[in-house]
Design a protein around this ligand. Structure first.
Ligand SMILES: *Cc1c(COP(=O)(O)O)cnc(C)c1O
Length: 223
């Protein structure tokens, strides 16, 4: 088992450009497996649920240099907990949540790193801004000065061909470029969190800076 996780990580590192940040998505994965990933050099872990993350953060307290990434939909009433646990929030998916995170971060003297989750294609099964809505909300997001708004995050709709997938990733990058060109002082748009086990090669091809891999590292999840 140890061998396997370490081997998978080594293989990924060979494939990936050095600047791409590999986030190990450890939802439903044991802390033992996470320790194996740590031993193989992983320092970034992503979780989708607050409660599960809380337990793991406690159990892995002896590992001093971990960065925790929230990748799942966040209910407003858990925003404070999320800020206390995660250094990165990839799944900031609506203005009201951004404003709440901003208020709480200011109160807690935190400067969380945030990605804005966007839906390039309509997808009722997922959360996130539509492109027009995001563009309309930028002026208000600019005012969320306690947040470090670092870029965009996207999740593909199910059932796209490789060509369609690549197009969605490219349109995400183009959207980030477009926002950057508007010269907001507070919306950085350098990071693109996109690509999961089934589509990360295409995401990297389109310019992903952070990929979120679960099954490729840990094997199939038992649900
Ligand atoms: C579960 C999940 C991942 C990882 O998915 P894999 O297919 O296991 O790589 C990445 N991003 C999000 C938002 C997820 O929920």
């Amino acid at each position: 088992m140890t061998e396997l996780i370490a081997q998978r990580i080594a293989k990924l590192r060979q494939q990936l450009p050095a600047q791409v940040r590999l986030i190990a998505i450890s939802k439903k994965v044991s802390v033992e497996a996470m320790r194996e990933a740590y031993a193989a050099g992983v320092r970034d872990f992503g979780e989708s649920r607050i409660q599960e993350a809380e337990e793991k953060i406690t159990k892995l307290q002896d590992l001093p240099d971990l960065t925790w990434h929230l990748i799942g939909h966040l209910q407003s009433n858990k925003a404070k907990k999320a800020l206390e646990q995660f250094q990165w929030i990839h799944s900031c998916d609506r203005l009201e949540l951004a404003q709440r995170l901003n208020r709480l971060a200011a109160e807690l003297s935190l400067r969380p790193q945030v990605c804005l989750q966007v839906k390039i294609l309509p997808d009722p099964s997922k959360h996130g801004w539509s492109v027009p809505q995001l563009l309309a909300d930028l002026a208000k997001l600019e005012q969320c000065q306690a947040l470090q708004i670092r870029g965009l995050m996207t999740i593909l709709p199910l059932g796209l061909s490789p060509q369609e997938s690549l197009e969605v990733f490219e349109r995400t990058r183009e959207l980030a470029d477009k926002i950057r060109q508007q010269n907001w002082s507070h919306l950085e748009m350098q990071e693109l969190s996109m690509g999961m086990s089934s589509d990360y090669s295409l995401a990297v091809q389109a310019g992903a800076t952070m990929i979120r891999l679960g099954r490729t590292i840990f094997g199939e999840r038992i649900t």
